[in-house]
Design a protein around this ligand. Structure first.
Ligand code: FAQ
Length: 307
């Protein structure tokens, strides 16, 4: 027998309605949302680093202005998401501590380095592309504040994806050396981008419950397939090769056959041993310490206003 609150929660989920902050919800629902939304927020904030690496070296004023705007958008996404998580009863300080103490995860993808300008193209095309494929269904997540934050975030990610595609298109229409640089970058980002969707379905401990609660609408593998299906025609337009010799449409399965993802690499990166994990965390801590005076000043101002 369900309590009246729990019965109401179940009804709201069943009728595809939304759960709002003041509604009763099971502790485990609250906990998994805090986990997913805060990790998502941390990803947006740490995700500023790989691209900020190129702001001072963008090849033109126009590219620099676009890149600054994009990196700023990611900061904004982090802030909406922290706010959405706060409606579940966790404070911004707690979430920040969890990240800085290495207890909270953030997306594996941001632990890869950006040695060339073409990486700005690959991040936009592949990383923002994967983010959109994963996040468009999250616009319908059962928790209201998360779904609503996603709507705006997805609009901005679409612009980001186009600008990345356009960087690669320009390089692919350039010199031999530029084309080589674009292809080399796509080779490095393709597999890590596919890992963004998470472990395979049979090794995804959270999926079944999150799908039953309509937080996730599709499984990790379903979204990964959908993403690859999006990339194939776009790669043709660009003239780049996706670095998987086994990538082939399978008419019978109505899905792409592909090589096995290197899950050891995925687990290594999540465990903190990827190419740039240490550097990302070092810079995040440094930025947090450098921002201490801002937090102190804001708190002092708030106290003064209240008095
Ligand atoms: N990296 O049971 P599942 C962006 C963890 S886009 C690290 O399948 P779930 C935009 C997972 O947390 C990137 N950890 O988990 C941008 C769980 O660990 P836990 C951020 C991963 O939650 C673009 C464990 O493995 N997007 O920032 C990863 O049902 C350009 C087992 O996995 C989001 O966060 C991974 N790739 O499904 C910014 C989207 N995959 O928590 C700047 C929202 C899995 O139990 C520049 N999140 N794990 O300790 C989601 O959709 C889901 O959380 C998934 C994982 C699909 C990521």
């Amino acid at each position: 027998e369900f309590s009246p609150e729990e019965a109401q929660f179940n009804d709201l989920i069943a009728e595809d309605s939304r759960i709002e902050p003041r509604d009763w919800m099971p502790d485990a629902y609250r906990k998994t949302l805090i986990r997913q939304i805060s990790q998502h927020a941390h990803s947006e904030i740490i995700g500023m680093q790989p691209e900020s690496n190129w702001i001072s070296r963008a090849p033109s004023l126009k590219r620099k202005a676009i890149l600054i705007a994009k990196v700023q958008d990611e900061a904004g996404h982090g802030l909406y998401l922290y706010s959405a998580a706060q409606t579940l009863g966790i404070s911004r300080e707690e979430m920040t501590d969890q990240l800085l103490e290495g207890k909270a995860k953030y997306s594996s993808i941001f632990n890869y380095t950006t040695p060339t300008w073409a990486d700005m193209g690959s991040i936009g095309w592949l990383v923002d592309g994967a983010a959109i494929a994963n996040q468009v269904p999250l616009c319908r997540a059962s928790y209201g504040p998360y779904g609503r934050a996603m709507v705006r975030i997805c609009k901005e990610e679409s612009f980001h994806q186009r600008q990345g595609f356009e960087i690669l298109l320009e390089l692919m229409q350039g010199t031999e050396e530029q084309r080589r640089m674009a292809q080399e970058s796509v080779n490095r980002w393709y597999w890590p981008a596919l890992m963004m969707f998470g472990p395979p379905d049979d090794e995804s401990p959270n999926s079944t419950q999150s799908m039953a609660w309509k937080i996730k609408r599709f499984s990790n593998d379903e979204l990964r397939q959908r993403f690859v299906g999006m990339l194939v025609p776009q790669a043709e337009v660009l003239g780049v090769t996706l670095p998987d010799p086994n990538l082939k449409w399978n008419e019978e399965k109505q899905a792409y056959d592909m090589s096995e993802i290197d899950w050891d690499e995925f687990h290594e990166v999540i465990a903190g041993r990827g190419p740039a994990n240490a550097e990302r965390m070092r810079r995040r801590r440094e930025a947090h310490e450098n921002g201490a005076w801002v937090r102190e000043a804001a708190a002092a101002y708030a106290r003064k206003q209240a008095a």
